[in-house]
Design a protein around this ligand. Structure first.
Ligand code: UDP
Length: 403
C-alpha cells in the first residue's frame, strides 16, 4: 500500500517508513480516541490504521464509550483548555475517571505502543499493562484555564512522552515532548482526484448551483469555527461581489453542542437563497472532496483551532484559503504566499474580495499551496514521525547509557 504513495509523497518519507517498519515489524500499535466518526482525529486514524497494517505493524484503533454526561464534561474540558471560562467540579472529574475505568475493562490495552488522543481517554494511563504510552494532544492548549490544565497534568506526568500538533502548544513538562503536525491522505476519498463530471454531479445532488463563485467552509458546527463570523464576512463581500456561501458540516458523536450551534447558524442565515447550510453524514467524504474542488475560495475562519485539517485538504486541491490566524492554521498558510491569514470579519471580507477580483492570484496561491502540503502535511510524513517516536522510545534507555 505504501507503494501507492510513490510519485505523490516525498520519496525520503517513504524510505524512512520502510526502514523503521523493518525494525518495528510484528509489534503492536494501539490508538485510542473518543469518536469513530467526525472531526480530524477520526479522519486520521481511519486512514493510518490500514496503512500501518500493510507495513506489517499490528495496528489497532479503539474508541472509548461514554454516556451523555461524559461527553458534556469532556466538551467542557476541551473548551476550557482552549481558554473558555467554565467549571469542572470534583464530581465531574470523578465521572470522567469512572468512565475511563469502565473502558479500561472493555478495551484490550495490551500493546507495545499506545497513542491516547486528547483529554477524553487520558486517564487510561492508569490502566497500563505494558508498552509505551504517548499522550497525543490535538487541541490548542496554548492558553488553558490553569486549574484544568493542572488537573490533566497529573495524568500527563505518567506518560512516556507527549506529542503536540504545533510548537506553540507545548508546555514545560517533566516528560519528553515532540511536535508532530497532523496530515491528510492524498489517496483517501476526501482528497483523491475527482473528475469534473463527478464534481458537477455532486453539486447538483447537494443543490448548490455552480453559477456564481462559491465560498466554502467545511467544519463541525462549533462556535470556535466561527460560522456566524463567516456569514458576516460573506454579507460584507456580497455587497460588492455576487457569490454563494456554503457551510458544510456534520455532527460528531463526542460533540454535544453541535445541534444547538447548527440551529443558531440556520436562524442567522435566514432565508438568503445564496447561503447553503449542508448537514452531511460523517461518511460523506467524496461530497466534501467535491465541494472543496468546486469552491472558488475556502474559508477556515476559526477563532481557536487545533490544527485545522480542512485547510490542508483545500490547499491540496489548489484552493486559496482564507484562515483565522490561530492554532495550526499559520503553520499551513504563509500569508500572501499559500493563502491569507485573517484576524477579523473585516479582514476575511477584504481578502475574499481581493481573491474574487484576481483569478491570477487565486491560481498562483493555489499552486504554491499544493506543493507546500506535499512537502509538509501528507500522511506519509506523519507516519514517519510516529514511527520515529516509537523507535526513539524503544531505544531511549540504551542511548542514555551511551551518553
Ligand atoms: N469533516 C467532514 N465532514 C464535515 C465536517 C468536517 O468530513 O461535515 C472533516 C474535514 O474534512 C476534516 C475533519 O473533519 O477532515 C475536521 O478536521 P479539523 O482538524 O479541520 O477540525 P476538528 O473537527 O478536528 O476540530
Amino acid at each position: 500500500m505504501i507503494q501507492q504513495y510513490k510519485g505523490i509523497a516525498p520519496k525520503g518519507d517513504i524510505l524512512l517508513i520502510q526502514k523503521l517498519c523493518e525494525k518495528l515489524r510484528g509489534r503492536c500499535i494501539l490508538n485510542i480516541n473518543s469518536t469513530r466518526k467526525g472531526g480530524g482525529v477520526a479522519e486520521i486514524l481511519q486512514r493510518m490504521t490500514p496503512l500501518l497494517k500493510g507495513l506489517d505493524i499490528d495496528a489497532r484503533w479503539e474508541v472509548i464509550e461514554g454516556d451523555d454526561r461524559f461527553f458534556d464534561i469532556t466538551k467542557k474540558i476541551h473548551n476550557t483548555l482552549q481558554g473558555n471560562m467554565d467549571m469542572i467540579t470534583e464530581d465531574m472529574w470523578d465521572h470522567h475517571h469512572a468512565v475511563n475505568e469502565a473502558n479500561s475493562r472493555k478495551i484490550d490495552l495490551d500493546a507495545d505502543f499506545v497513542l491516547i488522543h486528547d483529554p477524553q481517554p487520558i486517564p487510561l494511563i492508569e490502566y497500563r499493562k505494558r508498552g509505551f504510552y504517548v499522550w497525543r494532544c490535538h487541541i490548542d492548549v496554548s492558553n488553558p484555564l490553569p486549574d484544568i490544565w493542572q488537573r490533566l497534568e497529573r495524568y500527563v506526568r505518567s506518560y512516556d512522552c507527549v506529542i503536540f500538533s504545533v510548537s506553540k502548544f507545548s508546555k514545560s513538562l517533566p516528560v519528553d515532548e515532540f511536535i508532530i503536525p497532523p496530515a491528510i491522505d492524498p489517496l483517501s476519498d476526501k482528497n483523491i482526484e475527482l473528475t469534473e463530471e463527478e464534481v458537477k454531479r455532486t453539486m447538483d445532488k447537494l443543490n448548490v448551483p455552480m453559477d456564481k463563485p462559491i465560498l466554502l467552509q467545511v467544519s463541525r458546527f462549533d462556535v470556535f469555527k466561527d460560522p456566524i463570523g463567516v456569514i458576516n464576512a460573506y454579507r460584507r463581500v456580497k455587497k460588492y461581489n455576487d457569490c454563494r456561501l456554503v457551510l458544510a458540516g456534520s455532527l460528531a458523536t463526542d460533540d454535544p453542542e453541535g445541534t444547538r450551534v447548527l440551529n443558531e447558524v440556520r436562524d442567522y442565515a435566514g432565508n438568503d437563497p445564496d447561503i447553503h447550510i449542508l448537514l452531511l453524514p460523517p461518511s460523506a467524504a467524496r461530497e466534501i472532496n467535491a465541494l472543496q474542488r468546486a469552491a472558488t475560495i475556502v474559508l477556515q475562519k476559526s477563532l481557536k483551532e487545533g490544527f485545522g485539517l480542512t485547510v490542508s485538504e483545500a490547499m491540496w486541491k489548489e484552493k486559496p484559503v482564507v484562515g483565522g490566524a490561530v492554532g495550526g492554521i499559520p503553520y499551513q498558510i504563509t500569508h500572501g504566499v499559500t493563502g491569507f491569514l485573517v484576524y477579523s470579519v473585516d479582514g476575511a471580507a477584504f481578502r475574499i474580495r481581493q481573491l474574487l477580483n484576481n483569478p491570477g492570484m487565486r491560481k498562483r496561491i493555489g499552486q504554491k499551496a499544493k506543493e507546500y502540503v506535499r512537502r509538509n502535511f501528507l500522511i506519509t510524513r506523519q507516519i514517519r514521525d510516529y514511527l520515529s517516536v516509537w523507535y526513539f522510545l524503544e531505544n531511549k534507555g540504551q542511548k542514555a547509557i551511551e551518553l
